[in-house]
Design a protein around this ligand. Structure first.
Ligand code: SF4
Ligand code: SF4
Length: 134
């Protein structure tokens, strides 16, 4: 049996992640079905399965650098397929919130090019801001 131990700082992070997402990442047994069913995989730099693995090991820096939870469309394809009942979209949402609560916006509205603001549908802008800014 492989035992995973984490340091104190990682434990705080993992406890917060568990509280915010309501998920126990240690439930995951790394089958990879979530990655195989994800329609956004091509745009992610790290597969959803690997995100859970990083969380299991408390790899905070690597998790924060991944674009995966910003790209996740919360489509729920992964969690309806997961044999361990892990709700990955909730985990992704918690990772986004944990970043945004540090006042680190993924997108700075004031830096968006004027042309983009004119061209993009208003509803897309609003939903983008809701997801990507604190
Ligand atoms: S489908 Fe579930 S058990 Fe399988 S790797 Fe993804 S989260 Fe883990
Ligand atoms: S909820 Fe996110 S991670 Fe899961 S399949 Fe959809 S886009 Fe991929």
């Amino acid at each position: 049996m492989t035992r995973i131990s984490v340091k104190a700082g990682q434990r705080v992070f993992l406890d917060r992640l568990a509280k915010m997402s309501g998920q126990n990442v240690q439930q995951c047994f790394q089958c990879g079905i979530c990655s195989g069913s994800c329609p956004m995989l091509e745009n992610m730099d790290t597969h959803p399965r690997k995100i859970i693995r990083m969380a299991q090991f408390g790899m905070i820096e690597e998790l924060e650098q991944a674009n995966t939870f910003w790209i996740c469309a919360s489509c729920h394809a992964c969690n309806v397929m997961c044999p361990r009942g892990v709700d990955l979209p909730r985990l992704m949402e918690a990772l986004r919130l944990m970043t945004l609560r540090k006042n680190q916006n993924k997108v700075e509205p004031s830096r968006l090019p004027g042309e983009m603001i004119k061209e993009y549908p208003q509803i897309a802008m609003v939903s983008g801001f809701r997801k990507l800014t604190g």
